[in-house]
Design a protein around this ligand. Structure first.
Ligand code: NAP
Ligand code: HSE
Length: 444
């Protein structure tokens, strides 16, 4: 049987999981593909480090370049994370004409265009199923399964760590910091947890999905990002009282009539590409996606609504996605396939991202105000002058003369209008803290 020799760079959470999964299901994959996957070398930073997954010492090296350049190694697997060494090693491998599998969304987000071009120039492939949503094969779905559709809506819960934190905050009234520490212990969080909680990891993934869905490259600077650092237990509780659950949601949405119907002269509507905490109605399926699970809701103009659900982080889920790429790559090597469906062929060459100020949404607003006559009237007057409608108000009773939370649900308004109105409201003497605002999604 033909054999593919793998050079795996990285033997941490994901690398260890991939090694273990090949031990477990390598024979099954070989019988399905007619190709044997053989781990020839594994590069790590420290070969003496104790590892939960035992890797034979004879396989280990610290010399990643030696692995990439080894003529016996025919397929490179990049699992070290980061964007500097990872970029160098992926480019080196591609220039040698070796296909590369990566789980590194930060790398693709920062250097995707360059890497895909290098793969194309060398007539080889870059595979990246594990880069988005762990075990959910969403890359294959968008690139192949839904190829005959225009994607009009894509909503994704794509960061397992944030979903785990928000779920525990809601279920147990837990504190943000304690739950983050748990997510780190479980191997979900990135080495720098700010990548998760400040929304950047989700933005890397949403940029990859938006580019696949709309065919033009969406770089990280074009994506509006807010993380979950400022979500309080109070917000989680008031959202629940109003019939919503807070989720960190990636949104890729063609601007429609509601979003101002802005169109470029060539007729293309710009696309909203954003990541922010969102109030999701409890009746919507995404509100029930809990813990480390991810889900992606995709609407295509032919297929209608579709939903993909699974574990979005962790050793086994990610290893499963890497195995899928290894199988594709091994089969491509066996059959001499030099190119797959290209990653980001601009089918909407003039596509553009809608600036956040033009995005229209509903809003949840939490103010900390002095409970005295005239407070609500002053706030309502500012919204009124801004032509922004209030749809409901909650203020707990029994705090006369004291500061108290005032929760307002706001009708559709542009981001620019609500931001201006909240800046004016925040400057009122009866408002005791900067206003908190969370967008509401109605999934129309
Ligand atoms: P990790 O546990 O920190 O493992 C990183 C591995 O890379 C370690 O084995 C480390 O060696 C090795 N390494 C780092 N720099 C190296 C260098 N210069 N030369 C050789 N080896 C080097 O990270 P991870 O969680 O497995 O994540 C790996 C990648 O998968 C990242 O891009 C991440 O974003 C992505 N990913 C992770 C998950 C997840 O749930 N963890 C899910 C999807 C995607 P030592 O072991 O000796 O330190
Ligand atoms: N830190 C990432 C998450 C890992 O929590 O989703 C999976 O990409």
């Amino acid at each position: 049987m033909q054999q593919v020799n793998l050079g795996i760079i990285g033997g941490g959470t994901v690398g260890g999981g991939v090694f273990q999964a090949i031990q477990r299901n390598g024979a099954l994959i070989s019988s399905r593909l007619g190709v044997r996957l053989h781990v020839a070398k594994m590069a790590v930073r420290n070969i003496h480090k104790p590892r939960p997954v035992k890797i034979p010492a004879a396989l280990l090296t610290t010399d990643w370049a030696g692995v990439v350049n080894d003529p016996q190694v025919t397929l490179i697997v990049e699992l070290i994370g980061g964007t500097t060494t990872a970029r160098e090693l992926v480019l080196n491998a591609l220039k040698l004409g070796k296909p590369v599998v990566t789980a590194n969304k930060a790398l693709l987000s920062a250097h995707g265009e360059e890497l895909f071009e290098a793969a194309q120039n060398s007539r080889t492939n870059l595979y990246y199923e594990a880069s988005v949503a762990g075990g959910i094969p969403i890359i294959k779905v968008l690139r192949e399964g839904l190829i005959g559709n225009r994607i009009t809506r894509l909503y994704g819960i794509v960061n397992g760590t944030c979903n785990y934190i928000l779920t525990r905050m809601k279920a147990e009234g837990a504190d943000f910091a304690d739950v983050l520490a748990q997510a780190q212990r479980l191997g979900y969080a990135e080495a720098q947890p700010s990548l998760d909680i400040d929304g950047h990891d989700a933005a890397h993934k949403i940029g990859i999905l938006a580019s696949l869905a709309h065919g033009f490259w969406v770089g990280p600077k074009q994506i509006y990002v807010e993380g979950i650092r400022n979500i309080t237990r109070l917000d989680v509780q008031f959202a629940q009282q109003l019939g919503y659950t807070i989720k960190l949601l990636g949104i890729v949405k063609k601007a429609g009539p509601v979003a101002g119907a802005r169109r470029k002269p060539n007729g293309y509507a710009p696309v909203q590409v954003s990541v922010y905490p969102t109030l999701v109605p409890n009746a919507h399926v995404l509100a029930s996606v809990n813990d480390v699970f991810n889900a992606i809701y995709v609407r295509g103009d032919v297929v209608g609504d579709t939903l993909y659900y699974g574990r979005g982080a962790g050793q086994d889920a990610t290893a499963s996605a890497v195995l899928s790429d290894l199988a594709d790559a091994a089969l491509d090597l066996k059959c001499g396939t030099k190119s797959r469906i290209p990653p980001f062929v601009p089918h909407e060459r003039e596509g553009a991202v809608l600036p956040i100020d033009e995005v229209v949404a509903r809003y949840y607003v939490r103010l900390n105000v002095i409970d005295k006559p005239g407070t609500l009237a002053k706030i309502a007057a500012i919204f009124g002058r801004s032509k922004i409608g209030i749809s409901s108000v909650i203020q707990p009773e029994g705090h006369e003369g004291e500061s108290v939370p005032l929760i307002l649900m706001i009708h559709d308004a542009t981001n620019a209008a609500i931001t201006r109105a909240l800046a004016t409201i925040g400057a009122l003497s009866v408002v005791k803290a900067p206003p908190a605002m969370i967008r509401v999604e109605n999934f129309e």
